[in-house]
Design a protein around this ligand. Structure first.
Ligand SMILES: Cc1cc2nc3c(=O)[nH]c(=O)nc-3n(C[C@H](O)[C@H](O)[C@H](O)COP(=O)(O)OP(=O)(O)OC[C@H]3O[C@@H](n4cnc5c(N)ncnc54)[C@H](O)[C@@H]3O)c2cc1C
Ligand SMILES: *[C@@H]1O[C@H](CO)[C@@H](O)[C@H](O)[C@H]1NC(C)=O
Ligand SMILES: *[C@@H]1O[C@H](CO)[C@@H](O)[C@H](O)[C@H]1NC(C)=O
Ligand SMILES: *[C@@H]1O[C@H](CO)[C@@H](O)[C@H](O)[C@H]1NC(C)=O
Ligand SMILES: *[C@@H]1O[C@H](CO)[C@@H](O)[C@H](O)[C@H]1NC(C)=O
Length: 606
């Protein structure tokens, strides 16, 4: 009964439990993830065959697959601790960004973007726990399209064409969507659960109908054709989050040792530039651990770049200015791409059909979740459906816009969580969103798919405990803004289609304070609004770019081995040479699966 009361409190977003506030309840919730994932291993041996750094989407997959060889001993090191069981509840998704399970990075103050965020800095959440960022994410599972990977292959990445990566997408997934159960595009035997959200709000259906009105098909965007509308396919196991840790680290084999709260500070190299282990800090003490075969770096786009540079692999002049001995001059930290969109399009409706605390806190809703894992609590923070569209700016066959539909808006949680997670200023929130708190509204986030603005990550110093400098340079290329603007217009058209008109859908039109001189709804107004309220999707990729030796910008080769040294691979989002259409997580599972296979190949006869 206490459990119910606590969860009820969380959902109604208002009350205190035993004197604790909402966030204290989340932080202090002791019960770890539901599936008893073993961890906190105390290493009894000092040498392993492989060391995997980071237990996120990629690292969990790599560690699991390598441990399939019973002769190998694998150590997985994770800087964060164990996640708690509340993380299972999809509706609470954004809350975890406000806890110590987030590394808490921010972008450098931007000139063209994040203008509505505190100090012009968009927060850049990254998971710091077993499971990594897959514990913070919205669980949307998208592979990207054929051309994304044909493009990777064209850049000289042998082995990464669509036909070569598709088997690994399939290998990773445990697909459970009855409507698509004959599809040859899917596999039901993998580790990563994929299903539809068990509950669809009335407006999610309306969004799909509106798409049909505009002439788009309803598609399986992970099948033959991406372009069209669809409910989101999500990484859930019957209504509960299926993180990388749950997918790959329950049922651990005895030859895999997982150590949490172990933060790697450096990769160790011998005089032949061979990685032979890592240095890490646990409970304030430095330790070293060795491996006889390879170190696999899976700390994510930000921290893998950081660790490479701390270990002497990076741009020569940058490392020298920080006093780090250069092992290999390399373009680490460049090629940073991120999907960015607009989060300020809200449509008010005249019926109680959106996700508001008063609706979620009804005992029936709660019981339905607790007893059946069904109902509105299974919706990941409001995200329900999406569309992939080609705008008039599209440069090839790929969609250049994603529209993400949510049956709620920035104000729907009364400013308690989402606004804080996004770092939105009080001035903006109070002017634009406070006045509609408690009112029903839905939203569409238009997101540019092949962004051309490119950023960079640098170190602030050689202190491994300092956050890096992350500058995405949002909207430094004007095309990105124009494509999002086109998405805004399309979203407005959708809101005016017959299926939405029944709900009296009306664009929320209080002007953003910094854009007040511009007439509402003009192109210039929207450009200004987009710069104030960009939606970061946290799909950052590319800082350890994959490419052949002939590519001067490449950090790893197509086997993911770091150029210029031996015994070290990178396997995570940082190796992507270009950003695929959609969301990044499924792609990263594919990379983890493929990396493990390539490693097994290398050591097959040895
Ligand atoms: C709010 C949010 C919503 C998102 N929504 C979606 C979505 O709906 N769909 C989707 O596809 N993608 C989504 N993403 C993105 C997706 O989750 C990430 O791209 C993906 O999880 C990254 O995987 P990774 O393996 O590259 O890195 P991570 O999962 O971040 O793993 C890196 C791991 O390494 C650990 N680590 C870092 N440094 C060290 C160190 N020095 N020593 C030891 N360990 C270290 C970290 O703690 C972490 O566990 C979202 C991301 C966020 C933040
Ligand atoms: C597919 O789903 C339908 C019901 O949706 C069911 O009757 C059928 O047996 C399923 N087929 C397979 C191969 O699972
Ligand atoms: C599954 O395949 C059968 C025949 O192969 C077909 O009749 C049926 O409609 C398909 N089911 C779905 C849900 O597509
Ligand atoms: C929106 O609808 C208008 C009127 O039908 C049309 O002219 C315009 O091209 C549409 N815009 C988009 C982006 O689809
Ligand atoms: C909502 O608005 C639409 C369009 O104006 C109208 O047809 C409908 O009756 C309204 N519904 C309610 C419950 O007010």
């Amino acid at each position: 009964m206490m459990e119910l009361k606590k969860i009820m409190c969380l959902i109604s977003l208002t009350c205190m439990v035993e004197g604790q506030s909402f966030f204290d309840v989340i932080r202090n919730y002791r019960q770890t993830q539901s599936n008893n994932i073993p961890s906190n291993y105390k290493p009894e041996r000092t040498t392993y065959d492989f060391i995997v750094v980071g237990s996120g989407s990629a690292g969990s997959a790599v560690a699991n697959r390598l441990s399939e060889n019973p002769k190998w001993k694998i150590l997985l090191l994770e800087a964060g601790g164990m996640m708690n069981v509340l993380n299972d509840i999809p509706m609470l998704v954004s809350v975890f960004q406000l806890t110590e399970f987030n590394w808490g990075y921010k972008v450098e103050p931007q000139t063209n973007a994040c203008l509505g965020m505190i100090n012009r800095q968009c927060p850049w959440p990254r998971g710091k726990t077993l499971g990594g960022t897959s514990t913070l994410n919205y669980m949307i599972h998208t592979r990207g399209g054929k051309e994304d990977y044909e493009n990777w292959a064209k850049m000289g990445n042998k082995g990464w064409s669509w036909n070569e990566v598709l088997p690994y997408f399939k290998k990773s997934e445990r697909f459970d969507i009855p409507e698509l159960n004959n599809s040859t595009w899917h596999n039901r035997q993998g580790h990563v659960c994929v299903e539809y959200v068990p509950y669809h709000s009335p407006l999610a259906n309306v969004f799909l109908r509106a798409g049909e009105r505009l002439g788009y098909p309803i598609v399986d965007y992970n099948g033959a054709n991406q372009i069209g509308f669809s409910f989101i396919q999500v990484n859930m196991d019957k209504g509960a989050r299926c993180s990388a840790a749950k997918a790959y680290l329950r049922d651990q084999r005895p030859n895999l040792h997982v150590m949490t709260n172990a933060r790697v500070t450096k990769i160790l190299f011998d005089e032949n530039k061979r990685a032979y282990g890592v240095e890490y800090v646990r409970r304030k003490k430095f330790h070293q651990v060795r491996c006889s075969r390879e170190v696999v770096l899976s700390a994510g786009t930000i921290d893998s770049a950081k660790l490479l540079m701390l270990s002497g692999i990076g741009p020569k002049e940058h490392l020298e200015e920080l006093g780090i001995p250069v092992l290999k001059d390399s373009k680490v930290g460049y090629n940073l791409y991120e999907h960015v969109g607009f989060l300020g399009l809200s449509f008010l409706v005249n019926q109680s059909v959106t996700l508001l605390p008063r609706q979620l806190a009804r005992p029936g809703v709660l019981l339905d979740y607790v007893m059946n894992r069904k109902g509105p609590m299974t919706i990941p923070g409001g995200a329900e459906a999406l569309a992939f569209i080609r705008s008039k700016y599209a440069q090839d066959e790929r969609p250049d816009i994603e529209l993400l539909f949510a049956s709620g808006s920035l104000h729907s949680d009364n400013g308690l969580t989402l606004r804080r997670a996004l770092g939105i200023t009080d001035e903006l929130y109070n002017a634009v969103y406070k006045p509609i708190e408690g009112r029903d509204a839905w939203s569409i986030w238009p997101i540019v798919q092949n962004p051309r603005s490119v950023g960079r990550i640098k170190l602030k110093s050689k202190d491994p405990f300092q956050s890096p400098i992350i500058d995405p340079n949002f909207f430094s290329h004007p095309a990105d803004l124009e494509i999002i603007l086109e998405g805004v217009k399309l979203a407005i058209n959708i809101s005016q289609s017959e299926p939405f008109r029944k709900y009296g859908s009306r664009l929320h039109d209080i002007k953003i304070p910094g854009c007040r001189t511009l007439p509402f709804g003009t192109d210039d107004y929207w450009r200004c609004a987009i710069k104030h309220l960009p939606s970061m999707m946290n799909h950052e990729i590319g800082t350890a770019k994959m490419g052949p030796a002939s590519d001067v910008d490449a950090v790893v080769d197509p086997q993911l081995r770091v150029h210029g040294v031996t015994g070290l691979r990178v396997a995570d989002a940082s190796i992507m040479p270009a950003i695929p259409t959609g969301h990044s997580n499924a792609v990263i599972y594919m990379i983890g699966e493929k990396a493990a296979d390539m490693i097994k190949q290398t050591w097959r006869s040895r």
